[in-house]
Design a protein around this ligand. Structure first.
Ligand SMILES: Cc1ncc(COP(=O)(O)O)c(C=O)c1O
Length: 467
């Protein structure tokens, strides 16, 4: 009797070797692949719709389709020219960790099922706490990304501060904050009108004076300010709110102080980042995304809290069919501090590269990104007609072309299309204060000086074409 779902040793090697040949070729060709290649890709996707397969096909044929036809028709999010949105990473060492984690398939939802492996992941969370300057008693959990991390933070704040009676609770965010925060609030049960979007200043930081005004008004109207959120790097322009001022206001209001550091918090590894992000350590909760600024593959976020007990109070739910949960503070059951029970062993994909290299190469990469953003801003300024709309506070710059008498939004939309058509870099826009601006987000561990120079050449050439 043969069991096709259980390959033997030879077949396992063949499987991995066949994938590896293509993966290596793919990664080696990343710098020469187009930064974006999606023309006709949705039409192509329609041709792939098919019924449940009744019979198997050859591995080689399936892998050829994947690598030759499906993967190339996309944003090249792992390549050096991806300066769009918030770039991800794709550390190969993490891919190997995932292969191991999935092949051994241990259960890490509860500590008793694999205590040593759970501890490896708990160590990763502890290191993140250390990076932001959290002290003893802090803790957290790895998530699938920043959105889920924001949700966990908002639910934890709600349960800590308001219990079940939260309909008069209000949340305060800048108009520039990532939408996943508003989404988290709505999913946590808050009516949309309980979310106060405070205008930002000319540097796209939350207006502290207007925040204070809104709080005073809300108190007078019988609302209960519950959560004040700051950005440690917005998606639009990389703006960092005045985190110390927000912390002080939150303390005064007895509100929860949350920081969205999905993009920016890992810059705490650098001297300049620590300076810019002062006050982050005063937050009650912080989200940070290893799949952004720690260069991991997509699917790895984190939420950490100053007092680990708050996560447990918000999420623990007893069930007879589970093993006993850990009572000691030192040990953690991830199912007790997050919405998930069964989950992947995502900690290994962070643990392996950090243990292999130590933190230094990560710090060095982030420092390089800060240098590159400054370099890009200085060079952009030399291009006739370019206005820097947002100076780099971390590693994102926003700019636009200004031509007297022109419809500037249409002009910059055209400029962006011309830059991206060259396919060496992919940039994306933002609308800030009604202005269409073009962003350069320098985040990937594969983006170095030569690619930023290519971006600048392409921008200058496209500006030249527009006359
Ligand atoms: C600042 C910020 N916060 C939160 C998120 C949401 O994170 P995720 O896409 O991992 O859910 C993003 C995503 O780009 C972000 O840039």
């Amino acid at each position: 009797m043969s069991w096709p779902l259980e390959p033997d040793a030879v077949q396992m090697r063949e499987l991995v070797d066949a994938a590896m040949r293509r993966i290596v070729a793919h990664i080696e060709s990343l710098p020469s692949q187009p930064a974006v290649n999606v023309e006709g890709a949705t039409d192509y996707a329609h041709t792939l719709i098919e019924p449940l397969p009744q019979h198997g096909e050859l591995l080689e044929k399936l892998l050829d389709s994947l690598f030759d036809d499906y993967i190339p028709r996309s944003f090249n999010a792992a390549g050096p020219g991806y300066l769009a949105y918030i770039p991800g990473g794709g550390l190969f060492h993490s891919a190997v960790a995932d292969l191991i984690a999935n092949a051994v398939n241990r259960y890490v939802g509860v500590c008793a099922a694999a205590p040593a492996l759970v501890q490896l992941e708990a160590n990763v969370v502890r290191w993140f706490c250390e990076i932001v300057g959290y002290g003893k008693g802090s803790g957290g959990v790895l998530t699938s990304g920043g959105s889920l991390a924001n949700l966990i933070a908002v639910v934890t704040a709600r349960r800590e501060l308001l219990g079940d009676d939260f309909q008069r609770g209000t949340l305060y965010v800048s108009e520039q904050i990532h939408r996943s925060l508003q989404k988290a609030a709505v999913l946590a049960g808050f009516p949309l009108q309980n979310i106060r979007e405070i205008p930002s200043d000319e540097s796209f930081r939350i207006r502290i004076d207007l925040l204070r005004e809104q709080l005073t008004k809300d108190r007078a109207d019988g609302w209960t300010p519950m959560l004040i959120a700051g950005s440690a790097g917005t998606t639009n322009t990389g703006a960092v709110d005045d985190l110390r001022a927000l912390a002080a206001i939150a303390r005064q209001e007895k509100a929860w102080f949350h920081v969205d550091g999905a993009y920016g918090a890992f810059f705490m590894l650098t001297d300049r980042g620590r300076e810019t992000l002062r006050g982050i350590e005063e937050a009650d909760s912080i989200i940070l995304d290893p799949h952004k600024t720690l260069f991991l593959p997509f699917g790895t976020g984190a939420v950490i809290v100053r007092d680990a007990r708050t996560l447990r109070r918000a999420h623990a739910m007893h069930a007879d069919y589970l093993p006993d949960m850990q009572e000691e503070d030192e040990l953690v059951d991830f199912c007790e501090i997050s919405p998930e029970l069964s989950r992947d062993f995502r900690g290994l994909r962070v643990w392996l590269p950090l243990k292999l290299f130590g933190i230094e190469p990560f710090r060095q990469q982030l420092d390089e990104k800060l240098d590159l953003a400054k370099f890009a801003a200085d060079e952009l300024r030399k291009i006739d007609g370019i206005e820097i709309v947002a100076e780099p506070q971390l590693s994102i710059i926003a700019f636009r072309l200004v031509r007297p008498g022109a419809d500037l939004n249409a002009l910059n939309r055209e400029l962006l299309g011309r830059i991206n058509d060259r396919q060496r870099v992919m940039l994306t826009p933002a609308i800030v204060g009604g202005r269409f601006v073009i962003r350069i987000a320098i985040v990937s561990f594969r983006t170095h000086r030569e690619r930023v120079e290519m971006a600048l050449e392409d921008i200058a050439a496209a500006v030249g074409e527009l006359g």
